[in-house]
Write a protein that binds this ligand. Structure first.
Ligand SMILES: Cc1cc2nc3c(=O)[nH]c(=O)nc-3n(C[C@H](O)[C@H](O)[C@H](O)COP(=O)(O)OP(=O)(O)OC[C@H]3O[C@@H](n4cnc5c(N)ncnc54)[C@H](O)[C@@H]3O)c2cc1C
Length: 351
């Protein structure tokens, strides 16, 4: 089999890379070992324009949000699914200090922040004492439909192999990369946390971060907003909601933990004014980086080997944007943003 590209991994990064390569008329095969507990399969899908206790705008959000809206709409149309919607985030203040921080920020910048007309309107559903603010526009992407829709699409076109790619079996023939029976011009690794052990890129400064979530059935809770009150409670499917998450930089394993389950259960009991049933508990590890910036581009020592990884906590907005940038770089030699370009690690990758 002869293709322009081998894409390793069909998480958010590989899925978006396959989309832009297809749009550009390139041939490719995606190799994905179809693990059940990847970061993309645990993600809630939120694109939140603000972050932190100071409620500041997230990195590049003015560029990322309009880009993501268009990209998810177009990809959704191609797959016949709706995979992005606007969902305001109802930000319940945990303390009077946080209420003050929000209102002070709101007075300075109202691009993404607003205050409700009636602060009591969530009282039939949620227990809260210090009111709430609204973050909007915010987006909710339906990653699970996107991944499975693209998986079926690629399978139908014979462009997907469900298997593990052993990077040590990749042979550089000089002009091409040979992997088993596949000859490709280039191979691009979109392998998420497996990149940590990838022989071509394992020197990069990854900073892996564990997150846990549960799926919970809550009949009667409105589904038009995302609820934020320490944890996020996100409409998932029907009356099932996603609740999470944790952000652990140090952890012993990637398994669901008793401590998160107990913390999430007690959050639900204390926060909801209606019955609920926990239906699933998952854990996964985010492919984060020490600098909190992605790894995008071609290996400094071998331009037949590339990477799209390190999306950390923001894969939903960063993956489409940088997949597009990578394809424009590969085909049109356009530059990759310096902060994200993997060439910034030329020295350590050339060791
Ligand atoms: C609990 C949780 C909640 C999150 N919520 C959000 C959110 O709301 N918004 C947001 O923007 N981000 C969120 N994220 C982060 C987001 O999930 C990640 O940034 C993103 O999914 C990373 O995608 P990826 O394609 O790089 O990696 P992955 O999703 O891990 O995909 C990598 C793929 O490569 C495959 N693979 C790896 N090595 C090989 C190999 N050698 N051979 C074959 N296949 C291979 C794996 O099986 C996998 O399918 C969340 C993450 C977690 C854990």
């Amino acid at each position: 089999m002869q293709v322009d590209y081998i894409i390793v991994g069909q998480g958010l990064c590989g899925t978006w890379l396959s989309y832009y390569l297809e749009k550009a008329g390139q041939s490719f095969v995606v190799i994905d070992e179809s693990k059940p507990s990847t970061a993309s399969k645990a993600a809630s899908g939120i694109i939140n324009p603000v972050t932190g206790r100071r409620i500041v705008k997230t990195w590049m959000i003015d560029e990322l949000m309009p880009f993501a809206w268009q990209a998810y709409r177009s990809f959704g149309q191609m797959l016949n699914i709706e995979c992005i919607t606007q969902k305001p985030i109802i930000d319940f203040f945990p303390t009077p200090q946080m209420r003050l921080a929000f209102t002070e920020r709101y007075e300075k910048d109202q691009q993404f922040l607003s205050l409700p007309e009636n602060e009591n309107d969530w009282l039939p559903f949620i227990q809260y004492d210090f009111g709430y603010g609204i973050i909007q526009p915010a987006y909710l992407t339906d990653i699970q439909s996107l991944l499975s829709g693209r998986q079926h699409d690629l399978s139908a076109k014979s462009q997907l192999r469900n298997e593990y790619l052993d990077a040590s079996l990749c042979i550089d023939t000089g002009h091409t990369i040979q992997y088993k029976d596949i000859t490709a011009r280039k191979i691009i690794f979109c392998d998420g946390i497996a990149g940590f052990n990838n022989p071509f890129f394992n020197n990069l400064p990854y900073g892996l971060n564990k997150g846990e979530m549960i799926l919970v059935e809550i009949p009667g809770l409105p589904t038009e907003q995302i609820i934020k009150k320490g944890y996020n409670l996100v409409p998932w499917q029907g009356n099932i909601f996603w609740l999470g998450s944790t952000y652990l930089w140090e952890f012993e394993d990637d398994q669901p933990s008793k401590s998160f389950f107990e913390s999430a259960s007690s959050w639900l009991t204390q926060t909801l004014k209606m019955p609920f049933t926990i239906v699933e508990h998952r854990a996964s590890v985010r492919p984060a980086t020490v600098e909190r910036k992605p790894f995008v581009g071609l290996h400094p020592s071998n331009n037949k080997i590339g990477i799209l990884n390190g999306m950390g906590t923001k894969g939903c907005s960063l993956a489409p944007f940088f997949a597009n940038q990578l394809v424009n770089h590969l085909l049109l030699n356009e530059p990759i943003m310096a902060d994200a370009n993997v060439q910034r690690f030329k020295r350590i990758l050339s060791r």
